[in-house]
Design a protein. Structure first.
Lengths: 288, 768
């Protein structure tokens, strides 16, 4: 189907976006367009105006500043997957980005658009939550930063306001004794995550001092598997520990689980532990 | 890996007969146009003054149409015409033949534009033509239909239940061939009897009885249906469409519109896949009516959602199979009870399913009961060996279980009971020379079967399947060009490389190369009547017509040589591309230059309606690994075997075998119409309707067996369909071998297999 009629304007700078958002009621920001355009074509959304932010230089690029990666909101999934800085400092992010959709999606889709859209079947929200990312945004009242764990508020709902622009994602650089990994069950056609498991493990003196285990795909928003994290903390990361910890995946997931015609909520709940264990094993292997 | 040309063994059973062209692998004649994107498919047509149409489709699976108000749509600027069933008129009951069986004309009309009731979600209700597609689509939304929704039935079980909602008030069950007064949704119940099943089962030492369900699946051709029509001022109707049968479109459209066939000319465009689904007409009569009202050419193109919801998928089915064998491995009795979903109108392909269910076996005592059941789903269409795949999944699962219970090799059990020349099928037909034994022997001897499968969670399965193939009518004409090439005109639309497989048969007769033949598929005014491209018939029957037309050319050119040499035509011989008489000789090419001086051009022609159809058998060996944690089935190795008769172009035979295998794998593991309680398809997009992609599959290895069909001049059987029949059964048997679970329902998707594994773990005896 063709989208409903809309006006199109292009912003040249972040400040320009603010001005255009103030001028246009009922506007949506257009970056890579790989979430927004399909929705328009299905007429699930019919904004009066699209503000194209795709050519704003200051929203692009990856840099390392003060112990953190600063990733411009317009950075594409292909750039995330191939950036040396990200592969070194946040391996799970590069790993997840490389598994999004197909090459065409990865070449157009952006990290900012992805998290602002907050599709529960998306890969990046779970990874960024596991990595302790912070989202930077600007609006009429200036700039603010929101940690990933409070950014995602519900299915396709975030802390980002209608008059705000997401400018960058900040991800802490991987510390000594840290490793991360991502494992997913992709939908066989769309490649969206039916189940996604993102982990970051920290080890000191042979024992796990911190574990962050976050599930996506089967929950409305990225959900920490606290029982798994507890079962890992303080223990050496051997196979038995990983097996026992991942077995606790379903505990605390609750009943608000997503299901569809491809995979029911029961099926997802039953096999989620497999992907948690695979992600834990991959991360533990990187520490060895 | 594919077989390299030099690894292809010629004529395994066809003995030492050598050919010059047949069995080689020339580049296809339509290849350049297709790889460069220049080939014109249905939607590519453009005509002066072309306008665009859109279709209003029912949002309900079953609903009475109380009224239709088209005034708001007609009042829209740019809208040029609106049509409904009222423009079609009422045909009454009249049977016409579409090429793969008879159909009731009133049902065909009803499917084109709903009259009185909509019988499935997506059922066409009205058509709009407008200056632009956007306007037409907007206008469709302004047609006001007052609906009275009715309860829907979407499975045979629901439709056959007492008190079920009835789709057709006038439908009466045809019971064992006789008309009855029985109302309901069962269009027909028929039975095949052979011997005495009761006595057979009494002899059996092992009896296995199981029930099976298969989901509705779609052919999944890439190109959606399309039609462009121009109803000219002289009353002549021209249609451009992508179809498996241009004459079928001509005849059906003429019948639906109640005009003579001579008033309709159909030009077949290139076709982006059909697999049986592009035999029925959907859009052509609507485009014609819109053109008649507007005086303009009108184009209609379906969306993917339309294709899923409004074109014929294959029937879902419920099948019970019971088989009995003695301890020495002889299958002594078999029974099947088969109910197939016809969709909204009768004809579900349960008849061929019932003919095929036990066709692979020589069994003395058989009873098959078949039920043709209408449900609130799109009217089913043929899909590659229609009806046979559902049946083979059931029968091959049961045969495998018998082999397991008897402790014998599953291929040995099949070999011991294999149908052969002279075996009488349950439906009474006696097999001519067939190649099932050779297929089974090739499977047993193949390195795949000889290599043990090792590793945990892995299993191997085998299955075989049968498809009849058909003959039907074909026409072909040949013009000899002065440069020694020929132009060949035929009426079979090319969905599988048949331009080339037909051209090769003419080239073989004339002693020229395949490249020296220019084949083209003509419109219905430019070639003799040619039946549908279906039933694996084109290389067999149209190839035969080309063979005969080439022989007609040879006979005429002998006369020309006789004129040049001053001898009797009877004294001229033709062999290896050369005409000879005494010391005189002229190659075909040399003589072609001398036609002008010996009486003018030479054209050959032939029409055929052949008997001597040779059925085709296919077999699979498949190795799988089932992830015990996610129940995902990974195919490790897959080898497809098929008796092709003479393999005219081995690459295209292998391509057919691989394509059929992939579709069978999709049917077995993933594909399914998910229907809501309201009878609405919940996954009418290619993102949600899961067809296998290259990422899901290993290389499909192929092994061609050539048991010549004695009924064809070159021994051709036809290869397009049998390959889809065995995969679901072979996969089910492999999954059982890997997990211990016998899957009774298609598709065997991970969630469903996981449930079966859990059931087996929690109660091994009950689940067995």
């Amino acid at each position: 189907m063709f989208p409903a009629k809309f006006d199109y304007v292009r912003a040249d700078s972040a400040a320009d976006v603010g001005r255009l958002l103030a001028e246009h009621d009922d506007a949506k920001l257009l970056a890579g367009g790989h979430s927004l355009i399909p929705i328009l074509k299905l007429r699930l959304a019919a904004p009066a105006t699209l503000i194209d932010i795709g050519r704003i230089p200051e929203l692009k690029g990856v840099s390392v500043e003060g112990g953190a990666l600063r990733i411009g909101a317009l950075t594409t999934h292909a750039e995330l997957a191939s950036s040396d800085d990200i592969r070194r400092q946040a391996p799970a992010l590069a790993e997840a980005a490389a598994q999004i959709g197909d090459p065409a999606v990865r070449n157009r889709g952006t990290i900012g658009g992805n998290v602002a859209h907050a599709d529960p079947a998306s890969d990046l929200p779970a990874v960024l939550t596991a990595l302790g990312a912070t989202f930077h945004m600007t609006g009429p009242d200036g700039s603010r930063a929101v940690p990933a764990e409070s950014f995602f508020e519900g299915m396709m709902m975030t802390a980002l306001q209608d008059n705000e622009l997401l400018t960058a994602v900040e991800v802490p650089c991987q510390a000594e004794g840290q490793a991360s990994a991502y494992s997913k069950l992709p939908h066989p056609a769309s490649r969206y995550a039916v189940i996604g498991a993102a982990v970051r493990l920290t080890v000191a003196e042979g024992r796990c001092t911190e574990a962050r285990v976050v599930l996506g795909g089967l929950t409305p928003i990225p959900t920490r598997a606290l029982a798994v994290e507890q079962a890992l903390t303080g223990k050496p990361l051997d196979d038995r520990t990983l097996q026992a910890a991942s077995a606790a995946t379903a505990d605390g997931l609750g009943d608000d689980l997503l299901g569809d015609i491809y995979a029911s909520a029961e099926y997802r709940k039953a096999v989620a532990h497999v992907y948690v264990r695979r992600a834990l094993a991959a991360a533990a292997g990187r520490l060895a | 890996m594919t077989h390299k040309p030099d690894s292809y063994e010629h004529n395994m059973v066809l003995a030492q007969k050598q050919f010059r062209v047949l069995g080689t692998r020339p580049i296809r004649h339509d290849g350049v146009d297709k790889v460069t994107g220049r080939a014109l498919y249905g939607a590519d047509i453009d005509l002066s003054g072309l306008i665009h149409g859109a279709i209003l489709r029912s949002p309900h699976a079953h609903a009475r149409i109380v009224s239709i108000d088209t005034s708001a749509a007609e009042a829209m600027e740019g809208v040029l015409a609106v049509v409904t069933a009222a423009d079609l008129g009422d045909s009454g009951d009249k049977m016409i033949d579409l090429g793969e069986g008879e159909q009731n004309l009133s049902f065909l009309r009803g499917n084109v534009l709903a009259s009185g009731k909509a019988l499935y979600k997506g059922h066409a209700v009205a058509g709009v033509a407008a200056a632009s597609l956007h306007v037409a689509q907007e206008a469709v939304k302004r047609i006001r239909v007052e609906w009275e929704p009715l309860p829907a039935v979407t499975t045979t079980q629901q439709a056959m239940a007492d008190g079920a909602p009835v789709l057709h008030d006038g439908l009466r069950t045809k019971e064992l061939g006789k008309e009855t007064d029985q109302t309901g949704n069962v269009a027909a119940h028929f039975r095949y009897d052979k011997g005495s099943p009761d006595e057979g089962f009494a002899q059996a030492d092992v009896i296995v009885e199981r029930s099976f369900d298969t989901a509705t699946v779609h052919q999944g051709y890439i190109e959606p249906q399309n039609a462009t029509a121009l109803w000219n001022n002289d009353g002549r109707l021209q249609i451009w469409t992508s179809t498996q049968g241009s004459f079928v479109v001509r005849d059906t459209t003429a019948a639906i519109l109640d005009i003579p066939v001579s008033q309709v000319k159909v030009t077949p465009m290139e076709i982006g896949g059909g697999f049986g689904g592009k035999i029925p007409v959907y859009l052509e009569p609507v485009a014609a009516l819109l053109s008649k009202k507007t005086g303009r050419p009108v184009k209609l193109v379906m969306s993917r959602q339309d294709v899923f919801e409004a074109t014929g998928p294959t029937p879902g089915s419920h099948i019970r199979v019971k088989m009995g064998a003695t301890n020495d491995g002889r299958i002594v009795a078999a029974e099947a009870w088969m109910a197939y979903e016809a969709g909204a109108y009768p004809e579900s392909f349960v008849v061929p399913g019932a003919m095929c269910v036990f066709a692979c076996y020589d069994i003395d005592n058989i009873r098959v009961d078949g039920f043709d059941v209408v449900v609130n789903k799109p009217s089913t269409a043929a899909y590659r060996a229609p009806g046979a795949t559902n049946a083979a999944f059931a029968a091959e699962s049961v045969v495998d279980e018998i082999a397991e219970k008897l402790g014998v090799d599953p291929l040995d059990l099949r070999l011991k009971n294999a149908a052969k020349e002279g075996t009488r099928r349950a439906d009474g037909v006696k097999f001519p020379r067939i190649g099932l034994v050779e297929v089974l022997e090739a499977m047993k001897a193949h390195p795949h079967y000889q290599t043990p499968l090792e590793g945990p969670h892995r299993g191997r399965g085998v299955a075989v399947g049968f498809w009849f193939n058909v003959g039907l009518e074909s026409s072909c004409s040949i013009s000899v060009n002065s440069d020694g090439t020929i132009s060949l005109v035929e009426g079979s639309t090319d969905i599988g490389g048949t331009r080339t497989s037909i051209a090769m048969q003419a080239a073989e007769v004339l002693g020229i190369s395949a490249e020296e033949v220019r084949p083209s598929v003509a419109d219905t005014d430019s070639v003799g009547y040619t039946s549908v491209t279906g039933g694996s018939r084109v290389t067999f029957a149209t190839g035969w017509a080309a063979h005969n037309a080439a022989q007609d050319v040879v006979a005429q050119m002998k006369e020309r040589a006789a004129i040049l040499w001053g001898v009797d035509a009877g004294a001229v011989e033709f062999a290896d591309g050369t005409f000879r008489s005494g010391d005189n000789s002229l190659a075909f090419k040399e003589l072609a230059k001398k036609l002008s001086e010996t009486g003018g051009p030479v054209t050959g022609r032939a029409t055929v309606h052949p008997k001597g159809v040779g059925g085709s058998f296919a077999g699979n060996i498949v190795d799988v690994e089932v992830d015990p944690e996610t129940a995902k089935t990974k195919i490790l190795r897959f080898t497809a075997f098929q008796d092709a008769g003479k393999a005219i172009h081995p690459s295209y035979v292998e391509g057919q075998m691989q394509g059929g295998s992939v579709q069978g794998i999709g049917w077995g593991l993933n594909e399914e119409y998910f229907m809501t309680d309201q009878g609405v398809m919940a996954n009418s997009t290619l993102l949600d309707y899961r067809m296998p992609t290259a990422l899901d599959l290993p290389m499909i290895d192929t092994c061609i067996i050539e048991v010549a069909n004695p009924g064809h001049p070159f021994g051709v059987r036809g290869v397009g369909e049998a390959s889809i029949v065995p995969p679901p059964g072979a996969l089910a048997n492999a999954i059982h071998n890997a997990t211990g679970v016998r899957m009774s329902r298609l598709p065997m998707s991970p969630p469903r297999l996981m449930e079966a594994i859990w059931a087996l773990e929690s109660n091994p005896i009950a689940a067995d």
